[in-house]
Design a protein around this ligand. Structure first.
Ligand SMILES: NC(=O)c1ccc[n+]([C@@H]2O[C@H](COP(=O)([O-])OP(=O)(O)OC[C@H]3O[C@@H](n4cnc5c(N)ncnc54)[C@H](OP(=O)(O)O)[C@@H]3O)[C@@H](O)[C@H]2O)c1
Length: 262
């Protein structure tokens, strides 16, 4: 918060509510204006309006707020239609408990269904949170990025550092991918790492900053949400917003990451 970070993503299922509680405690302590996102997990025991509201009330209480700025459906669920889920979200907005409605891990078709249902209530679909990074470019291919552009929905990119796989490795043997991956995949990743490291050196930035900056430059609809447990990394992440890759740098990274386009 001290570095100006004001958007925090959590979910009721992260560490069984502890993540929301910790964030709530920070909010109490720092009194900074922030935007909080949390998520409802549709599960077999969460099928009714009452159960949904109970879960939402639990999140509000753990976070210590009256309204959640952005509330997502964490993932689509076969036992609850997209329409029913959006009806529940609209009721939460109407009750003043949620400001903006998001979905997560929804495909393009599910996004369109969600946006269409919300139109009934004059509520826009604000965001779809999906996994997206330099070595996981499916949203470009599966229609999700396109749907975000069409529907004016923000693509919130989770795992933007692919859980450290886009962070420099100290030695090849420390790479999680070097044990189980085929040689070809590893060499593609090494080539990408080389490009990222060369640009990082030129810019005087870290590889993770380069990977995040690439996502920010990728499309105006994309917002990456990196996770960290380290204050130093949090400061580094915050600094990613203060500069931009050049067109040539962006293109070089795009090319090195092109094997993951298909
Ligand atoms: N909607 C969903 O289904 C879903 C699924 C997964 C995640 N998410 C959300 O997305 C967020 C991010 O995803 P994620 O945490 O799984 O993956 P991530 O952001 O790709 O990677 C996090 C890892 O990167 C490291 N890291 C962060 N900044 C770094 C830096 N500057 N230098 C070096 N290492 C750095 C962190 O280590 P340190 O802790 O040591 O910094 C951590 O191990 C989560 O916190 C969660 O809110 C949503």
């Amino acid at each position: 918060m001290g570095a100006g970070v004001n958007f925090f993503d959590t979910a009721e299922i992260y560490t069984f509510g502890r993540s929301e509680r910790l964030l709530g405690a920070c909010l109490q302590r720092y009194h900074k204006p922030v935007v909080i996102a949390s998520k409802f997990a549709p599960l077999p025991t969460r099928l009714t309006r009452r159960q949904f509201m109970h879960a939402l009330d639990g999140s509000l209480s753990r976070l210590g707020v009256q309204t959640i700025d952005l509330y997502y459906i964490h993932f689509p669920y076969a036992l609850l239609s997209v329409e029913k889920l959006m009806d529940l979200m609209a009721q939460a907005v109407e009750a003043g408990k949620v400001r903006a409605v998001g979905v997560s891990n929804f495909n393009a078709k599910q996004m369109h269904r969600a946006a269409t249902r919300l139109e009934r209530y004059h509520i826009p679909l604000a965001a779809n949170q999906v996994r997206y990074n330099l070595i996981h470019r499916q949203p470009e291919e599966n229609g999700v990025l396109e749907a975000c552009r069409e529907l004016k929905v923000t693509l919130v990119a989770y795992r933007p550092l692919e859980r450290r796989r886009l962070v420099p490795r100290t030695s090849p043997s420390s790479s999680p991918s070097s044990t189980g991956w085929k040689g070809q995949a590893l060499s593609k990743e090494e080539a990408l790492q080389e490009t990222l490291q060369a640009i990082a050196q030129q810019q005087g930035k870290s590889v993770s900053q380069i990977a995040l900056n690439w996502l920010l430059r990728r499309d105006e609809h994309v917002i990456p949400i990196p996770g960290t447990t380290s204050a130093r990394h949090a400061l580094e992440i915050a600094d990613t917003l203060s500069w931009e890759l050049s067109d040539d740098e962006y293109d070089a990274i795009d090319k090195a990451s092109s094997p993951w386009k298909h």
